[in-house]
Design a protein around this ligand. Structure first.
Ligand code: VG1
Ligand code: CO
Length: 543
């Protein structure tokens, strides 16, 4: 086997966003596109020779070709061992677990997460470090700098590795281990949760529908829910990962998992409907005729976490991303635990997790996890919910509404404007940020601006400062508007407007969400003029 360098020229668009590099599949298919980016990751790091690299993806179109190219690059760059999921399949949480289990140098995850896949969809690469979390900004900045000037990559002339069979082969000095994609992760979940208690729930007739949206969580869900926990076969639907996700948008929310939500609101509704995204790190929970917002679900999880034996002695504090509704703050306040607020993006939880400042962390975008790993974890979140149901004997609706009764309800809505011209969207954000200093004290009907500013985050542990282009406006009546651009789009821009409002009048808890946040939506438009400037009459997606 020969190892050699190949001359290349840089691609100027290899810039990472909230979660790795995401681009159209057609962009990824360009000659040397994958090789350039992966070699840039290796060039930005050092000391990996002889170490272990975890490799896998969510099974989307072009994963198979990219993975073979990356194997050759990794062998040529002298990794000691590659651990690869069978058929190239590994969910993001499974990868994070394997990093810890094998004390790996890091991992490459081939996924554009919740973005659609297929020849006309998106593809992506995420790099997780030895912490089991996505690379921090200080490292991704160096990676992107390397990618802008790269002129060669290292590869070798080995044949493609057969990923259909588990087992060990060698390429030069590198051991290549193809492993079962599901087993290690499932065994880990059994260490964390009370499987007999959850099994008891199903034995008593608890009904569930899990929709894997034809993405990577299917094999994990079939094995864990149907085989280990005894849920009837058929509980998991769309459980075979397809390269184009069967044309679905693998984002578990009421818009893209509409069939599932329709079932939850039908006469045949199971006790719980759930789903996960492309790479299995998100979760959706909808009870019988009762949608549970991720912010409320997270607050309930925080309230009950100490009842789960695995966490009993490990309750330190909690963290949520800044647009996440602050229900968790209200719930844990009396217990004396700190709640940290972070920018959007899972990597910002890493230092808090690693330094035992927090036990659970959550995002409003259907993401939650704990100190059990460095990534968010969809199936873990569903198992935690089931474990809480089993221990408390309450229904999902009771858990949430009892929380509202005790602490009040924090309403949350997201209005997305998708497919905008990137320059125009960036200009709108810039203009809003410029306006912020003039807003303090200004009244919009009953809403008076308490504070308005850009969002600058100082990591409490590393002291690294991140200034995220984002406008944050709080009002004296416990309301908040946040406006920012998505960092996970593959082309164009998505303008996100988050609307939050705390209500303490029980008569209002069951009110229609869009009615509750209507004034805030109008104020956001008055300040940003996003509709006026883009010619749109309404958001593309309302959650
Ligand atoms: C979105 C979500 C964010 C999440 C990120 C990655 O980012 O808002 O909360 O961490 O996706 O999730 P953005 O920049 O588009 O708002 V995943 O499941 O796509 O890795
Ligand atoms: Co994801």
């Amino acid at each position: 086997m020969d190892i050699f360098s190949v001359k290349t020229t840089p691609f100027q668009d290899q810039q990472t966003g909230t979660g790795g590099l995401r681009r159209k599949t057609s962009v990824f298919k360009q000659k040397h596109y994958v090789e350039n980016f992966v070699q840039s990751i290796f060039d930005a790091c050092s000391g990996f020779e002889g170490k272990t690299l975890i490799l896998g993806g969510d099974g989307r179109y072009f994963n198979d070709r990219a993975i073979q190219a990356i194997i050759k690059l990794s062998v040529a760059n002298q990794f000691g061992r590659l651990i690869i999921g069978q058929n190239g399949l590994l969910s993001t949480p499974a990868v994070s677990h394997l990093i810890h289990k094998h004390k790996a140098f890091g991992a490459l995850i081939l996924s554009a997460s919740h973005n659609p896949g297929g020849p006309d969809g998106d593809m992506g690469i995420k790099f997780d470090t030895h912490t089991g979390s996505g690379a921090q900004e200080s490292l991704t900045n160096v990676i992107c700098e390397k990618a802008r000037t790269i002129d060669r990559f290292w590869t070798c002339d080995m044949p493609d590795v057969d990923l259909t069979k588990t087992g060990i082969t060698y390429a030069g000095a590198t051991e290549i281990q193809v492993i079962d994609s599901v087993y290690d992760y499932a065994a880990y979940m059994q260490q964390i949760f009370d499987f007999p208690a959850i099994k008891g729930l199903f034995e008593k007739g608890f009904t569930m529908r899990y929709d894997a949206l034809n993405a990577s969580s299917g094999p994990y869900a079939h094995y864990i829910f149907e085989k280990l926990l005894g849920a009837p076969v058929g509980t998991v639907v769309r459980g075979t990962p397809l390269p184009d996700f069967g044309g679905l948008h693998p984002e578990p929310n009421p818009v893209y998992a509409k069939d599932l939500c329709d079932l939850a609101y039908s006469d045949n509704a199971p006790d719980l409907c759930c789903a996960s995204d492309g790479d299995s790190d998100r979760y959706l929970l909808v009870a019988n005729h009762f949608y549970i917002t991720p912010s409320d679900a997270f607050a309930v999880m925080a309230d009950h976490i100490a009842e789960i034996p695995f966490y009993k002695d490990k309750v330190y504090g909690f963290a949520r991303s800044m647009p996440t509704a602050w229900a968790v703050d209200l719930v844990v306040k009396d217990k004396g635990y700190p709640v940290y607020e972070t920018p959007t993006g899972w990597k910002f939880f890493e230092s808090l997790l690693a330094n035992k400042k927090i036990t659970l962390c959550g995002e409003e975008s259907f993401g939650a996890s704990s100190l059990h790993m460095g990534e968010k974890d969809g199936i873990w979140a569903i198992l935690l919910w089931l474990n809480i149901l089993a221990y408390t004997g309450k229904t999902s609706e009771e858990l949430v509404t009892e929380m509202w009764d005790k602490y009040g309800r924090v309403f949350y809505s997201l209005h997305n404007y998708d497919g905008l011209d990137g320059k125009l969207a960036a200009q709108i954000v810039d203009d809003v940020v410029k306006k912020l200093p003039t807003l303090k004290g200004k009244k919009f009907g009953e809403y008076e601006v308490e504070s308005a500013g850009p969002y600058i985050y100082t990591d409490p542990i590393t002291k690294e400062v991140s200034s995220v282009p984002c406008a944050l406006i709080t009002f004296t009546n416990k309301s908040k508007i946040i406006m920012r651009l998505s960092g996970t789009t593959s082309a164009g821009a998505t303008y996100r407007i988050y609307l939050l409002r705390q209500v303490n009048d029980p008569a209002l808890y069951r009110q229609d969400l869009q009615i509750v946040v209507k004034d805030l939506a109008d104020i956001a438009e008055e300040i940003s003029e996003v509709k006026k400037r883009t010619g749109r009459s309404a958001p593309s997606v309302i959650l």
